[in-house]
Design a protein around this ligand. Structure first.
Ligand code: SF4
Length: 392
């Protein structure tokens, strides 16, 4: 049990302590931190669940995983749950179901969802989950800031109705981060995703989604219902659907420049063009180079270029480092900038590859402030080759 019983105080302390950590770090520490206490992952084994399940398997396979089986799930979900649990070696998956006597009393025919979805979700999801969570001080969710405006300021740790702590390790992730993680770790996809179900719940309440539709539009289609029926708003239990969110604001541009000397806003002084546009623009001095480009396409124009900006589309895509190295070997002496998913602990590598600076989003700059980059900014001092050359 946590030493400090005041949940607000614990949440504030935890958010402060882990403010600059990444998802895996937050999760790893939450599993051990006394201020969090007994913790479980609640998983639907839906479309994106495998990310947190995989992280748990890396950190501690014995972490309790609560799987809510409404007994209305797709056969594919039940099979996927078994396959993923076995493949990841999870040793404490607990299947949570409604009490048989409650089902017999309120939904003996299994048709309650046709007349009262809130009551059905309450019977088959909310009550069983509340019961299961009674043994825990905290639970892990996959909620993320990008999902709605009401989650736009979501923190890693939240006070859930003064009862428990909710841990949201993926709070700062984007949809691309989720996809990247699944691709980079070769994680198995829920079989229904490829059949047109980007969001997967119970079989009677989930329908296919057409291209271009909101991914969640297949859940309780044509009903004024978006969630499972129980939420905590400002510490109070609220039943029924949450109010619809206003549209999300446009994603902010990537415009924080990191150099050895610190952070600076991007002045926009360089007028970047594409490789194709270079052919028709003799005045262009700055070009954007995709991560999969062959640097030889720039050989003819290398002398007149002042800046080359290399794209890092995902945080695990290392092709940009090789591109930078090759551009330097080809004789490029201008400014090389890495843009995108370059993290603080990759900065030294970026500098050694030949980059002069890194361009990151304001969100990443907020999550990973200068303190985290500063240590790596002394990359020359830690670089064995520089020391051997006597240039460190
Ligand atoms: S999603 Fe549908 S079937 Fe599943 S518990 Fe809710 S109402 Fe019942």
């Amino acid at each position: 049990m946590p030493h400090e019983t005041n949940i607000d105080a614990r949440v504030a302390h935890l958010n402060q302590r882990y403010a600059n950590h990444g998802a895996l770090d937050v999760l790893g520490r939450a599993l051990k931190d006394d201020q969090v206490g007994r913790i479980a992952l609640v998983s639907s084994f839906g479309a994106e669940s495998v990310v947190l399940l995989h992280m748990i398997s890396v950190l501690d396979v014995s972490t309790p995983v609560l799987f809510i089986d409404t007994q209305m799930l797709f056969e594919e979900t039940v099979k996927y749950q078994q396959d993923v649990s076995s493949q990841l070696g999870l040793t404490d998956v607990r299947t949570i179901r409604a009490r048989p006597d409650a089902v017999a009393a309120h939904d003996p025919e299994g048709l309650l969802h046709q007349t009262n979805t809130d009551a059905c979700c309450d019977l088959r999801k909310t009550e069983p989950l509340e019961r299961a969570l009674g043994n825990f001080d905290a639970w892990i969710t996959g909620r993320k800031r990008f999902q709605s405006n009401s989650r736009a300021t979501l923190e890693f740790f939240e006070n859930e109705g003064n009862k428990r702590i909710k841990v949201n390790p993926l709070a700062h992730w984007t949809p691309q981060d989720v996809q990247d993680y699944m691709i980079n770790n070769r994680l198995p996809r829920h079989p229904l995703i490829s059949k047109g179900y980007p969001s997967i719940g119970c079989a009677p309440c989930t329908s296919k989604v057409a291209p271009g539709e909101d991914p969640r539009s297949g859940r309780w289609r044509d009903q004024d219902k978006e969630e499972c029926g129980i939420h905590f708003v400002n510490g109070k239990i609220v039943r029924g659907p949450l109010p619809k969110d206003p549209p999300m604001e446009e994603v902010k541009p990537m415009n924080t420049i990191v150099t050895d000397n610190g952070f600076a806003p991007d002045t926009g002084a360089d007028d970047f063009v594409t490789v194709e546009e270079l052919e028709t623009s003799n005045a262009a001095r700055a070009v954007d180079l995709p991560s999969d480009a062959d640097p030889m396409v720039l050989q003819e124009v290398l002398e007149r270029l002042e800046t080359i900006r290399v794209d890092f589309p995902t945080f695990a895509d290392g092709r940009g480092f090789t591109l930078a190295r090759r551009l330097r070997l080809m004789g490029f002496t201008g400014k090389l900038r890495a843009r995108g998913h370059v993290l603080a602990d990759q900065y030294a590598m970026a500098r050694r590859s030949g980059f002069d600076e890194v361009e990151i989003s304001p969100e990443l700059a907020e999550r990973q402030p200068w303190d985290q980059w500063k240590v790596r900014a002394e990359w020359g001092a830690h670089d064995y080759q520089s020391r051997v050359r006597g240039t460190a």
